[in-house]
Design a protein around this ligand. Sequence first.
Ligand code: HEC
Ligand code: HEC
Length: 202
Amino acid sequence: MRIFICLMAIVIATTSWAEEITLSTPAEGSVSTAEGLSAWDRVYEVASHPRCANCHVGPSEQPMWSGPSYGKTRPHGMNIHAGESRIGAETMLCSTCHAYREGTGNDLPHMAPQVAMNWQLAPVEAHWFGQSSEEICNQLRDPDRNGGRTMDEIAEHLNHDLILHWAWSPGGGREPAPYSLQEHVNDILIWGVAGFPCANDQ
Ligand code: HEC
Ligand code: HEC
């Protein structure tokens, strides 16, 4: 019976990860710069949250940990370095521990999080950890540093990336990223239609 309940929980968890997000772009010209800036403030709250920033580190190549028992954020244990490959190819692959295994959830404390795609650091250009709101704002609107994405493509990417779905239901007692994936996608679209304003534009 207990096994059955566990299986049910996993089915529910998997279904909610795959939840589709609606992309409803506001009409051109319908969003003021001020509204765009306040949407950006919410995007920044998400981007700077440990569930996102711990992988979006810069040239240190070191993922960060802020699990429930660590209090303060600190470098990933076991001396893990992602290397220039960002996947640990030079030392130990992230997938050694972060491989997706069908039927095992992320619910146990201290378990290495796993999703059904490659677990790896974000590209070095998308360095968010410890960066200011303005720095992240300018990076994310710059096609040379955001993977060449338009606003719609950023929103699409957010929808299809399973790591993102994990960040909003991380399990193991970890705090989820703020707001919801849907609200985050809405905010990206509001910010984009307002013309990607950043505080340093004024
Ligand atoms: C497990 C590590 C990991 C976590 C956690 C993570 N990301 Fe990422 N992120 C990546 C990788 C890898 C890429 C590059 C994927 C690609 O370009 O296809 C990426 C790319 C992105 C991009 C594309 C734009 C750019 O500047 O490269 C956005 C936007 C993004 N992540 C948002 C988020 C948000 C928001 C969160 C938290 C809710 C988050 N990420 C958490 C690894 C991570
Ligand atoms: C030797 C096993 C192992 C390897 C290899 C490994 N990890 Fe982890 N990772 C873990 C464990 C275990 C946890 C969970 C720690 C906890 O919460 O107590 C974890 C947690 C994480 C977290 C979640 C941190 C948080 O606070 O949300 C991130 C991000 C992460 N690892 C990134 C990586 C990246 C990127 C790589 C490859 C460069 C990698 N890990 C390689 C074992 C590993």
